[in-house]
Ligand binder design. Structure first.
Ligand SMILES: [Zn+2]
Length: 129
């Protein structure tokens, strides 16, 4: 979600079978890269900027009522999945500032490198942590 004043919400993504956060283009590439950096790499990058990058982010803190909505949506999808009540919804986006939940039923990206290349093959992934 694009961050702008007064916009808040969250997402629930159920990844069963095909589909992942990458398919839905929900990953913040900079945050992923930073997550996989070593402490030394992060420190070096922070020194270049002169300030911890987290301080430059415009994302605000999590707010308990919004987190509660997202947790309830996730728990409901989990319940649907494990009980067989219905298929879980792949992606829901809670747009709190509009008081609505938007459902995304787009099919997963057929050429997703995560789904096709490394999913369920974690030991085969050539990733240094
Ligand atoms: Zn994928």
């Amino acid at each position: 979600m694009t961050k702008a004043p007064g916009i808040y919400g969250g997402r629930v993504c159920v990844s069963v079978g095909d589909g992942c956060l990458d398919c839905f283009d929900l990953l913040d590439r900079k945050a992923v890269r930073r997550y996989f950096e070593t402490d030394e790499q992060r420190q070096r990058e922070d020194e270049i900027y002169g300030i911890p990058l987290e301080a430059l982010e415009i994302k605000g803190p999590s707010v308990s009522p919004v987190n509660g909505v997202i947790a309830a949506l996730a728990a409901t999808e989990f319940m649907a999945a494990v009980t067989g009540l219905r298929l879980p919804t792949r992606l829901q986006e809670y747009r709190g500032h509009l008081s609505k939940v938007v459902v995304n039923n787009d099919p997963p990206r057929p050429d997703c490198p995560c789904c096709k290349g490394i999913r369920s093959k974690g030991a085969d992934a050539d990733v240094e942590r």
